[in-house]
Ligand binder design. Structure first.
Ligand code: ATP
Ligand code: MG
Length: 171
């Protein structure tokens, strides 16, 4: 649980509920390294919150991921990734390009994730029951991530990338 190793290159799979802070963590990497599912939903449907666009968005995201891993480029997947079948699709791609995968867990308490939905626009706010399910899935997944195929399982609150970001923001 104290693993903080993030090799380079690596596929870094963020895992956490809506509002847990994934995109905030993602901003500690160079923006070109981050593939955010919301942006791919917007790309294919003009609406980042359109859940009916998820399959098409994920297909385009996978294509971008393959192009990057073929070049051995470190890539961060900013999506909830709380479902095992979603992670399995990403792990398959990493394996086929010989790039190690890192699970980066953002396990912010469910009540905090829920509270953070209230300030969001209706299109971006995720219903409370969904947020709580995503949080429960995150916690339940933790002990199985190594067996799924992740070379490293890193807990967000064990690393100090945010300090770098905050220091930069304060400059
Ligand atoms: P989604 O899955 O819906 O995209 P997310 O996991 O990407 O959510 P963020 O958008 O990164 O979540 O964060 C949600 C809110 O919480 C933002 O307003 C952000 O500023 C705040 N936040 C994130 N991380 C922290 C932190 N470490 N301390 C305080 N506030 C934070
Ligand atoms: Mg986000």
């Amino acid at each position: 649980p104290l693993d903080t190793t993030i090799p380079d290159p690596a596929l870094i799979v963020l895992i956490g509920a809506a509002g847990s802070g994934k995109s905030t963590w993602a901003r500690t990497w160079p923006s070109t390294q981050v593939l955010e599912l919301d942006q791919f939903r917007a790309m294919v449907s003009d609406c980042a919150g359109d859940q009916s666009a998820t399959l098409a968005a994920a297909t385009v995201l996978h294509t971008a991921l393959e192009a990057r891993l073929a070049r051995k480029k470190t890539t961060v997947i900013d999506a909830t990734n709380t479902e095992a079948h979603v992670r399995a699709g990403l792990l398959d791609i990493a394996r086929s390009y010989g790039v190690p995968a890192v699970a980066f867990l953002v396990s912010t308490p469910a009540d905090v994730c829920v509270a953070r939905q209230t300030g969001r626009s209706p299109a971006r706010a995720v219903p409370e029951d969904v947020v709580r399910r995503q949080h429960a899935e995150t916690i339940a997944a933790f002990p199985h991530l190594r067996a799924e195929g992740f070379a490293h399982v890193v807990l967000a609150d064990r690393v100090h990338r945010l300090e770098l970001l905050l220091r930069r923001a304060g400059d």
